[in-house]
Design a protein around this ligand. Sequence first.
Ligand code: BGC
Length: 761
Amino acid sequence: MKIRHLLLTAGVACCLLSCGTSSDNGKDSEMNRFISELMDKMTLKEKLGQLNLPSGGDMITGNVQNSPLAEAIRKEEIGGFFNVLGVEKIRELQRVAVEETRLKIPLIVGNDVIHGYKTIFPIPLAMSCSWDTAAVARAASIAAKEASADGICWTFSPMVDVARDARWGRIAEGNGEDPYLGAQLTRAYVKGYQGDNLQKSDSSVMACVKHFAFYGASESGRDYNIADMSRIRMYNEFMEPYRAAVEAGAGSVMSSFNTVDGVPATANKWLLTDLLRKEWGFDGLLVTDYNSIGEMNTHGVAPLKEASARALNAGTDMDMVSYGFLNTLEESLKEGKVTEARIDEACRRVLEMKYKLGLFDDPYKYCKPERARNELFTDENRSEARRIAAETFVLLKNEGGTLPLKREGRIALIGPMGDARNNMCGMWSATCDPERHVTPLDGLRSAAGDQAEIVYAKGSNIYYDERTEKGAVGTRPLQRGDNKALLEEALRVARGADVIVAALGEAADMSGESASRTDIRIPDAQRDLLKALKETGKPIVLLLFTGRPLDLTWEEDNLPAILNVWFAGSETGDAVADMLFGKTVPSGKLSTTFPRSVGQVPIYYSQVNTGRPDPNPDEFNRYQSNYLDERNDGLYPFGYGLSYTTFEYGEMSLNQTTMPKGGSLKVTVPLKNTGEYDGAEIVQLYIHDRYADIARPVKELKGFQRVFLKKGESRDVTFTLTAEDLKYYNSELTYGYDPGEFEVMIGPNSRDVQKKTFNAD
Ligand code: BGC
């Protein structure tokens, strides 16, 4: 083993982090003084009220003033609420808080603004395929602007759980499988939501990074399941995005539903206090997930009263929905199970959040009805959503230049997603108005004008089985039809066309929360539709809708072109038409591996080698780490995505063969656009530590650049590596690197890389 360059053991790393929220400058002491004075006046009951976060459930109809929420506010039993929509209602509730209560403390108003508010952007998994931090920050800032115009000051986003299991529906909500890419995008989200001056601006909202922690590793891909892993794995593979959010100054963190080391995250002191607070220096607000204190009862860990005390003692500040803090902590205090100091600390964090949001300066800061009238779903926001959507589409296959389509002849759009207006946005888009969204049928028709004829047939239901389909499309129903009649109609339409665009895949509700699947293929009725369409002999473009990586083995073998558009938001139809007709050029690259079969998941490119790596992927090798019936690698690797143009990578070079201690190394690769279109390429850099204290991944992403080149243009793309890029947590959880030999790889995806070696002093 090499001698390690020192570094820090996990528990003492906090001093190196510059946590955006923790500096004790003049402004902070002003805040502290203000809050101390306020808290001196507060009764215990009022303090506990601040820790309570109920859901409005948007149930308030009619008179807001007489709603149960307004009653709770008058009784000073809540610190804020979420799930109430509409600036007028929210303004009225805020008025009750600041005019009809003793201390006039304003409320925080949360919502799951996950990928847009009225203008909906692509789902986060899609956004991560843009590898474009500026686009992510821009989308987040537009989402913040719209939400804050409608009364909301706090979003339960970004969701940064590293996820490698396509069965898990919530893979759709995050940044994919890689901690490095995830961390870069996380910073962009936080910056986009919170802006530069949260306290002064009325167009930013506070971010809430979630779900802390390791929710993405839900066992078997089943939602809400346990997530159990070694510390080494936590630190090296799952932690980075959460930590990046804290470093970027995220004002709040939400704990996760799963257990960590057996203890529900909500009450895991190591996680919430030792790691998050002490090691990382997080000093913002820590809120639970929905009723997760209450769920400690069903976890079989503790009934509500004890669960509440444990959650508080572990470091939780605010209780979402379970009412345990409000109703049981007073008794626990009397019994000595919790301290007043800890209640005060939690209350202080809630009040600090209100202060940081500028609510004490102006409680109606986010309640300006004229903003709600003028700033939602604007043309400008929609055109940004359309532009950004194009960056998230991933061209998986394009044989013989099937795409882009020519604007001529007759194009058959076939499939249940071709005109499914309420299914374009994917999960977490309850705030939008689907009737205003553009479907592929609308988009293609308006783009084709009178140059090409667009004919449409639904072709099939999502599933054959109505019960299965009900689960999948439950809240956004698609009209059902007779499968046989739908198929006949589709074949008739297809036979008369020059080319088929098959718009199918998952319905919007088939990914996201509580949407795990054990079969990750396109649903049965649509697979049969595709097979029948193939029999027509017409060229087929699969326009794929999905919130997770799917097993596309049949489609890859049988169709000439596959464009994966995920769920692209309110402008889906126009963005799709732009790309199908070549007005935009694909540049998205996968942030998750697409498996060949569900049997391979969890699957990810940065696997750790076994002592028996597979010597030949084309055959089964006994006593090596491989499968009898399948290759080890995915169908489409992490980082993969084609374009209408082509890029040629020249030979990479290093400016020196050794990275000096404290120095850096430059890695350069010439890149040329050799095709017929202007386009962007995402150049990726990976490293591999040849020998380390622990077995290390065969490849780890350590850099990427989105490079736009006009056709025929070339450019040298240079990356600078430093010791930071070589560090990891070793068997003693010491953070550092092992001097010695490293490999550096560059390529258009994680599979097709060229390699050079260097030494690190
Ligand atoms: C989800 C969270 C969400 C919360 C509030 C929970 O069920 O896990 O991601 O923020 O509900 O809506």
